[in-house]
Design a protein around this ligand. Structure first.
Ligand SMILES: C[S@@+](CC[C@H](N)C(=O)[O-])C[C@H]1O[C@@H](n2cnc3c(N)ncnc32)[C@H](O)[C@@H]1O
Length: 293
């Protein structure tokens, strides 16, 4: 990163980065920048490199409290209150999962397959703080976007994010997407996209404390098998997605075969598992048959 750096701020950055690196945090410099930026309330990260001053006593206290939280394992995004997702910077807190880069990849695959200009009705099932639904609404403004979640707290946060970007045309639905009644009442869809819970109860116990102690269990754990939400999503999609319409679901990297089998049973076609940016098989892609049998 370039720019004039005040000796004092640079010193603070180095000191914080060193403390983070000592406890094994992977990108200590970047995280230290994030904490410092949040502590001084700077809009852009470059600003902390451009201001030639030391921290005020209040900022210093704030930074130290942020560093302590990070050293205690709290994810950076919950401390700063923000996470980047495609074109958006979203408010995040413990009401919902922190959006992940893999999910940006899912949206990317869907955008390519759908094309952004046509009219479409899309459902984001399991919306969380809204990264998928808000990206669709922002990048494809002519689409009708529905977003469902069974967590009122997550939906509240998603609505705050919608207001942040003045994206008022999303329909937010508090609903259990594993229930048949939800799908019965839904309008026909051109796209069903979802990053659902797909972690098994056993896998949850093995996840790092950074996730287990801070992120909502209900956003990640599907049940003993891991397919307890994906299965009903595929059944629901096969009921409500229009002929030729697209189904795209983020899955665990070992779930490709099982999810493909389940999509087959649900009557979907053109089923394939697409890789994420690291080459791992993470996206189940399928279509509703053109002519129903
Ligand atoms: C893995 S998180 C994904 C959140 C967001 N789409 C993202 O990518 O960051 C799954 C979301 O599904 C919601 N969820 C879990 N079970 C659900 C259900 N049965 N019906 C509706 N939503 C559910 C959780 O509350 C959570 O917000």
């Amino acid at each position: 990163m370039t720019g004039v750096v005040s000796v004092c701020l640079r010193h603070r950055l180095e000191e914080v980065a060193e403390r983070l690196s000592e406890v094994g945090i992977e990108a200590p410099q970047t995280e230290a920048e994030g904490l410092l930026q949040a502590a001084v309330g700077a809009k852009h990260r470059q600003a902390i490199y451009q201001e030639e001053r030391d921290l005020s006593p209040e900022e210093s206290e704030q930074l130290e409290s942020f560093v302590q939280r990070r050293l205690g394992g709290e994810p950076l995004q919950y401390i700063t209150g923000e996470a980047a997702f495609r074109l958006l910077t979203l408010n995040v807190d413990r009401r919902s999962l922190i959006p992940r880069p893999e999910t940006e990849g899912l949206v990317e695959v869907v955008m390519r397959l759908m094309g952004s200009n046509q009219q479409a009705v899309a459902l984001d099932a399991g919306a969380g703080c809204g990264p998928i639904a808000l990206s669709l609404a922002m990048e494809c403004p002519s689409w009708t976007v529905l977003a469902a979640d069974n967590s009122p707290a997550a939906l509240e946060l998603a609505c705050e994010n919608a207001l942040r970007y003045d994206l008022r045309h999303i329909q937010w639905l508090e609903a259990d997407v594993t229930k048949l009644e939800f799908w019965r009442l839904l309008q026909p869809l051109d796209l069903m996209i979802s990053n659902p819970p797909y972690v098994t109860e056993e896998e949850w116990e093995q996840l790092p404390p950074e996730i287990r102690n801070f992120e909502p269990r209900g956003a990640l754990v599907a049940g003993p098998e891991g397919l307890e939400v994906i299965g009903p999503l595929l059944d629901g999609a096969s009921m409500r997605v229009k002929p030729g319409g697209l189904v795209a679901i983020e899955i665990g990297q070992t779930q490709g075969d099982a999810a493909t089998g389940r999509a087959n049973v649900a009557g979907l076609v053109d089923i394939r598992v697409a890789p994420d940016m690291s080459g791992r098989p993470r996206y189940l892609i399928a279509r509703q048959p053109q002519v129903s049998h």
